[in-house]
Design a protein around this ligand. Structure first.
Ligand code: AMP
Ligand code: MG
Length: 435
């Protein structure tokens, strides 16, 4: 069998013969293993766009940003005061002019002379130190230094923020508000970024009804499309909402192939758990290579990952898209998105996904938990007597979406952790700001 250059089996090989991988049990994957697995099949998009700096928030840099100049480009004053030439024991200096921000003093400052200077004004030739205006007395056009600052005091040096030729932002960086200002401070009006990742999603299930229609007996509103839409929007991808698709093989196939032909990634929710998976599983096997896993985690046990192709389908572009099949339960869909899909999409967008930060805090209530799986309990971080603590929400059911809405963090309990007494230190991941 042919293997990849780095000797890892291809997706196809794993689908055809799961035993080609040591240590691979699709029915007992750890969270870390599943993450690593997905990671090896991701290659970032290569196409780029040029966008105006003002439009670049959240976009991923496609090239390093190298500073074309020093910032600031001149030594300048950090204070309103008087610029003078430092010498040991200096007491008095004669005022010979004024330097404004944006209007430099043109002359030279010699020993025992000074220039009144405003914050941001260029330090005049000859001067090297600024004394704050509060630390001097003025008499007959001369200043007396009440307190002599050290040499170089209150001077911001050229290049102190960024030096000419320095990489100030690296390729793959996701642009934040501060970066937009940084780019502007370099005079950079447009940047090269990776094109937006195109992501399509749809919900599957006969029981699902879209908002705006009445519910018949046994039907429920489709909420996953809304949570998935929200999470994708925060990531800044190009979103394509393909609606709700009933458990009907023809409709599922049509929607799946169209989505794959027009997007980089297709995400579905529902229909990947055992017993129900029949249609989706068969379709995914027909049109791609998809791995179905049971992950040792709660909530969110079933997860499917792979690639699907629209090749050979009449009327569609030939294209291969990454595929994520999320569980249908609303909390499970969100947890698996945060723990697996988020990181994969950031990678495909051209950035390096950093692990979500974890903090350790005291949990004020006891938690029941079995060892052998990772749990992502919904929790509330709160402040008590000056320190932050966490408590789990009472209803941890995987269908209880209000627990996600009320929570501000996940309490992450790893495989080795069992029951926890109240007062134990636990790890938490903040939900606000995840994406
Ligand atoms: P499934 O993974 O399709 O077996 O679905 C598991 C549970 O999640 C069932 O109770 C479904 O009714 C529910 N469910 C599936 N999809 C959605 C959805 N889009 N919105 C709300 N609940 C859903
Ligand atoms: Mg279903």
């Amino acid at each position: 069998m042919n293997k990849n250059i780095d000797n890892k089996p291809s997706l196809n090989q794993i689908v055809l013969d799961p035993s080609c991988m040591d240590d691979y049990d699709p029915n007992a994957m750890s969270v870390a293993q599943a993450r690593q697995f997905i990671q090896q099949f991701l290659s970032p998009i290569a196409e780029t766009d040029t966008v105006a700096t003002m439009q670049a928030l959240g976009r991923v840099l496609a090239a390093d940003i190298i500073s074309p100049s020093n910032v600031p480009n001149h030594n300048n004053s950090a204070m309103d005061g008087y610029a003078f030439k430092f010498s040991e024991g200096i007491k008095v200096a004669k005022i010979i002019g004024t330097a404004y921000a944006g209007k430099a003093f043109a002359g030279v400052v010699n020993a025992s002379e000074c220039v009144k200077i405003m914050t941001g004004a260029v330090i005049p030739t000859g001067a090297d130190t600024v004394v704050m205006q509060e630390r001097i007395a003025i008499k007959s056009n001369c200043i007396t230094l009440l307190e002599v600052p050290i040499k170089g005091a209150n001077v911001r040096m050229a290049g102190e923020d960024m030096k000419i030729g320095q990489i100030v932002l690296a390729k793959g960086h996701v642009l934040q508000p501060a970066d937009l200002g940084l780019l502007a401070s370099l005079g950079t009006g447009q940047v090269s970024v990776f094109r937006k990742l195109k992501v399509a999603f749809f919900s599957t299930g006969d029981e699902l009804v879209s908002v705006g229609k009445n519910l018949a007996d046994g039907q429920i509103y489709d909420s996953n499309r809304y949570t998935i839409f929200g999470m994708l929007s925060r990531l800044g991808v190009e979103i394509s909402d393909c609606g709700v698709v009933p458990d009907n093989p023809e409709l599922l196939e049509k929607t799946l192939l169209k989505a794959a032909s027009e997007n980089d990634v297709v995400i579905t929710s529902g229909g990947v758990s055992v017993g129900e998976a029949d249609y989706m599983k068969a379709l995914l096997a027909k049109h791609g290579q998809v791995l179905f896993w049971k992950i040792n985690m709660k909530p969110g046990r079933p997860l499917a990952y792979g690639k699907i192709s629209s090749y050979g389908t009449v009327g569609l572009h030939d294209k291969t898209a990454h595929y994520f099949g999320l569980p249908g339960n609303p909390v499970s869909a969100m947890v698996t998105f945060y723990q697996f899909v988020r990181e994969a999409l950031i990678c495909l967008m051209g950035s390096a996904a950093k692990p979500l930060p974890m903090f350790k805090v005291v949990c004020t209530e006891a938690i029941k938990k079995a060892t052998g799986r990772t749990e992502f309990q919904r929790g509330i971080l709160f402040e008590e007597e000056g320190s932050w603590k966490v408590k789990p929400l009472p209803n941890q059911g995987s269908g209880v979406l209000s627990s996600m809405s009320l929570a501000n963090c996940f309490i992450v309990l790893d495989d080795a952790t069992g029951n926890c007494d109240a007062g134990k230190v636990v790890s938490v991941q903040l939900l606000e700001g995840i994406i």
